[in-house]
Design a protein around this ligand. Structure first.
Ligand code: EPU
Length: 431
């Protein structure tokens, strides 16, 4: 078991380079299964979700070669259509993307119901609605989602719920289907656009990604590509929040400032200075922040994946802040942990009410999911004393070298191992 030990109180300063976007790369890597030639994908982050995705593809027979630390060459021509078992699917939500891509290529797919962050109910009815509309039979058997189609034929699909995952799966299943597919009420997140751009660079015919309506005209073949993944909007936002919480001064490089606007706007509102450049933002913290209201919304609204980190900043903003989570029904599990650090937060359903306190205090805390872990790091960096953050494997799913990047900005953070109390051997060692 690994943990972070964070001595808080210092201001972060310096420059940090943001890595490739987790939620784009976990779609783009499986999308190469649709290509009839090898693909080179650049700017991939070194995170465990990427390792798992590449491992699944390699076990299915894809030839994978790391050209350098951030570039991978993938040849999926030898890949066989194999079931993706529970042991793999439980590790990350994005294993659902193998449904769309395997269905698109082999007209059948068998993937165990996915895991990922526990944020409440996360059904996949809209994914299945889309696959059915394209002509696939979908059934659930012993925890496996089984899809089969004689052929895939384009159709018009209206999503009842705005879903990133269903939109991405719909695009992947439709790219080689016969005729035109129209997806209405599509998700507009930057990673949806990035996936569509990547597939178009392979010869797909997708228009409208980034709007409510995406039109996909099926093509027979896709060729190879060299494609660079967009920078991670949420990693950038997390450093912005860390700069704000520690009253620091950070230049955050390799970002798309437009993607950061909902975060930038909230920071400006509470009293943080943000300067925008072509592909960087500078965030300068202040001494006095005022509380605000935040409501998470699909893009271009305030991203749910930044909700816990912003809540951490607001724990020390003057007055009352209200944070409403409108995407997931259980994304406040980190609140108990922040309370252990002295935050004054109450949760009523999907609304957290935060009464600003002068200063957070150190405590042992546990990352309950990926962004919760990021929020706790931000809180610990700004708190008085030394905190310990447990279950940091959640953080490593989605942030590349988090503690190394933070250390380079002056943070006092170390990663340490400690015996797993559930493991008999390590228990004996501990004695
Ligand atoms: N939903 C349904 N039916 C479906 C699909 C979704 O009701 O078939 C609901 C969900 O329960 C949720 C809402 O629709 O209430 C939005 O879910 P969505 O499908 O958009 O989420 P996702 O695809 O499972 C992705 C990201 C999440 C991010 C959400 C929202 C990936 C791999 N994951 O999840 O990222 O929070 O979109 O933007 O892209 C994270 O990075 O920390 C993370 C959790």
């Amino acid at each position: 078991m690994e943990k972070y030990i964070v001595k808080g109180g210092g201001k972060l300063s310096g420059e940090v380079v943001v890595s490739g976007a987790k939620n784009a790369v976990v779609a783009i890597l499986p999308a190469t299964i649709l290509s009839d030639e090898p693909c080179v994908i650049e700017n991939i982050p070194s995170i465990s979700d990427v390792t798992i995705t590449l491992q699944i593809m390699s076990e299915m027979g894809a030839k994978i070669r790391m050209i350098n630390k951030t570039t991978v060459e993938i040849d999926t021509r030898p890949l066989q259509n194999m079931p993706i078992p529970y042991e793999k699917a439980k590790l990350m939500r994005a294993t659902t993307y193998f449904l769309g891509t395997l269905l698109g290529r082999f007209h059948s797919a068998h993937v165990s119901m996915p895991g990922g962050c526990n944020l409440g109910d996360r059904p996949i009815d809209q994914h299945l609605k889309c696959f059915s509309a394209l002509g696939a039979q979908c059934e659930l058997d012993k925890g496996m989602i089984n899809l089969r189609a004689d052929k895939l034929i384009g159709n018009q699909i209206f999503f009842d719920k705005n879903s990133v995952g269903a939109t991405i799966n719909g695009i992947m299943a439709a790219v080689k289907a016969e005729g035109l597919t129209i997806i209405e009420n599509a998700a507009k997140e930057p990673h949806v656009v990035d996936l569509a751009n990547c597939l178009n660079s392979m010869g797909a015919d997708i228009i409208g990604a980034g709007t409510d309506v995406i039109k996909i005209r099926g093509v027979k073949e896709l060729h190879g590509t060299t494609y660079s993944v967009i920078p991670d909007q949420i990693e950038a936002g997390t450093f912005m929040a860390a700069a704000a919480a520690t009253r620091g001064n950070l230049l955050i490089k390799n970002v798309i400032p437009k993607h950061l606007e909902p975060i930038t706007n909230k920071l400006l509102k509470i009293g943080v200075q943000v300067e925008q450049y072509d592909d960087a933002v500078r965030v300068i913290g202040g001494d006095n922040y005022v509380g605000t209201t935040i409501k998470t919304q699909p893009h271009p609204g305030f991203p749910t994946d930044m909700q816990p980190q912003m809540a951490a900043v607001l724990t020390c903003a003057r007055g009352t802040s209200m944070v409403t989570e409108s995407i997931f029904d259980n994304r406040f599990r980190y609140v108990d942990e922040l309370r252990r650090m002295g935050a004054n937060i109450s949760v009523e359903g999907r609304v957290a009410v935060i009464e600003g306190v002068d200063q957070l205090k150190c405590a042992p805390v546990k990352a309950t999911d990926l962004r919760a872990g990021a929020a706790l790091i931000i809180a610990a960096l700004s708190a008085e004393g030394t905190s310990e953050i447990y279950d940091i494997f959640h953080v490593e799913r989605g942030y590349e070298n988090m503690e190394i990047k933070l250390k380079s900005l002056g943070a006092n953070i170390v990663k340490a191992s400690e015996p797993d109390p559930n493991n008999e051997v390590s228990q004996k060692k501990a004695i």
